[in-house]
Design a protein around this ligand. Structure first.
Ligand code: SF4
Ligand code: SF4
Length: 340
């Protein structure tokens, strides 16, 4: 495979200009469609190290009809349902473009996409994705629990999988009821399309009958139902992330910008203020999903005196990128091109 081109902008005092330079390159490459999706993470409540929307204010000057896209998250909180998710996005300054939450008001709308990969046969992808052919992923590069680093791959995979898809990646199992929180209201029983929940003193989920749709998580008023986080670990967890990225990119035109700034140990899903542990590096742009994350981690390691700050005992940066390469999502070989 030929080397991918990764463009690097390192003026950390003027990110807006850097984004505009990359958006200009993308607009020259893009065959315009009715609208263009901008995949972004709005940041959890109290998080302020996500991509700063002020840097993106010129998006409409370069891209035809840009729309911010996102999907609801798996666990309870402000980003669990579309109305509160959009409210939070507006509070965080993402108020200058339309916002499209792709998996519906309750995070229930998804399409199953046949991928037949090692761990995932059918990926559960937010159904709104099918409206878009042109998509730009703008990703904050930082650490993340479970995956080591979080960049473009994670923004696509966890970010566009439906709630059911997110649960699939995290556990591959049915959710569980917390007896201490359950009030036996029965809402989950009524909404389970698989008749997998029975109600006695508390709700109980039959693990054999459950089809993993995650509807019950969204309807429980007591937030008593949770995914079994951590059941997929190590290589299997990394592989499922790549496999979902494969489903999301299949047949679509994607462009990727990573912001390697405000580099924190963990991700923007954490509902608290975080302190970056190293200096900013800049922005990178590429048309290649694997190359952009490979270049981003290489730049971080170089700046961090040769040490990968996101490495964990059961997480290998190299493994996840090589697995992505094996699935045909891009290449780890790239040429870094500096732009002013
Ligand atoms: S995840 Fe879906 S199928 Fe499983 S118990 Fe909940 S509502 Fe029922
Ligand atoms: S919806 Fe929640 S509170 Fe109500 S029965 Fe189900 S688990 Fe219990």
């Amino acid at each position: 495979m030929n080397k991918a081109k990764v463009y690097f902008y390192n003026n950390i005092k003027d990110y807006k200009t850097g984004f505009n330079k990359f958006l200009k390159i993308i607009s020259d490459e893009m065959k315009p469609e009715d609208k263009t999706a901008i995949k972004i993470h709005f940041g959890a409540k109290n998080n302020d190290t996500h991509v700063n929307p002020k840097y993106l204010i010129d998006l409409p000057k370069y891209i035809k009809n840009p729309v911010f896209i996102e999907s609801n998250c798996l666990y309870p909180g402000n980003r669990h349902r579309s109305d509160s998710h959009i409210k939070l996005a507006l509070e965080h300054g993402f108020d200058f473009l339309e916002i499209d939450i792709l998996d519906g008001e309750l995070g229930r709308d998804y399409d199953e996409i046949d991928i037949n990969t090692k761990n995932i046969k059918k990926a559960k992808i937010s159904s709104g994705l099918k409206q878009y052919n042109n998509l730009i992923a703008i990703s904050h590069f930082k650490g993340t629990p479970g995956h080591g680093f979080g960049g473009a791959i994670k923004n696509l995979a966890m970010g566009i999988a439906s709630r059911a898809g997110k649960m699939d990646m995290h556990s591959g199992l049915a959710p569980k009821v917390n007896d201490e929180k359950c009030t036996a209201c029965g809402d989950c029983v009524e909404n389970c399309i698989a008749d997998a929940i029975t109600l006695n003193e508390f709700a109980f989920i039959n693990q054999e009958k459950c089809i993993g749709c995650a509807f019950c998580i969204s309807v429980c008023p007591e937030r008593a139902i949770m995914a079994q986080f951590g059941k997929r670990r190590g290589k299997e967890f990394l592989e499922t992330l790549i496999e979902y990225a494969y489903a999301v990119t299949k047949g679509r035109n994607w462009w990727y910008i990573n912001a390697i700034n405000n580099i924190t140990e963990t991700c923007d899903c954490m509902p608290y203020k975080q302190v970056p542990f190293m200096d900013d590096i800049g922005l990178v742009y590429s048309k290649d999903l694997i190359a952009i994350d490979q270049a981003s981690i290489d730049l971080v390691v170089e700046k961090n005196n040769g040490v990968d700050p996101f490495k964990k005992p059961d997480v290998s940066t190299n493994y996840v990128l090589k697995y992505g390469e094996k699935l045909g999502l891009g290449t780890t070989e790239y040429e870094l091109i500096n732009i002013d």
